[in-house]
Design a protein around this ligand. Structure first.
Ligand code: AMP
Length: 114
């Protein structure tokens, strides 16, 4: 499967990894729209929120635990941050491997969706 985030998870292409465990990996967005812009992904390929089914749902607690841990590491746990997952064409999804954007490090405002 030709998926750029699978390649990042498999270390076939380089990325700035900030967190990794057995199921989840997180790395800095290559085109950041905030001082802290990190993408959190399951290592297993799931296309999007809308594509979640069966066992895939078991990935979500691990993803949200990772998000909290990363927020502390990045020093934005107290100032706050936004978590976004774009799903499908009208959601603005460009990479079809489930991912959660963490945006922080400044006041994100209401309209910035990634
Ligand atoms: P989305 O529009 O929600 O699918 O977001 C995809 C994100 O992946 C965009 O913010 C891109 O800047 C980011 N991105 C694409 N390729 C890479 C890469 N090789 N390393 C890090 N981030 C990437």
């Amino acid at each position: 499967m030709d998926c750029i985030f699978c390649k990042i998870a498999n270390k076939e292409i380089p990325s700035d990894i900030v967190f990794e465990n057995e199921k989840v990996i997180a790395f800095r967005d290559i085109n950041p729209v905030a001082p802290v812009h990190i993408l959190v992904i399951p290592k297993a390929h799931v296309e999007s929120v809308q594509a979640l089914e069966g066992e895939d749902y078991n990935l979500l607690p691990d993803i949200f635990k990772a998000i909290k841990e990363i927020a502390v590491k990045e020093g934005i746990d107290k100032s706050g941050y936004r978590v976004i997952s774009n799903s499908g064409k009208d959601g603005g999804q460009e990479v079809f491997h489930l991912h959660f954007h963490i945006l922080g490090g400044e006041n994100i405002g209401k309209l910035r969706c990634k």
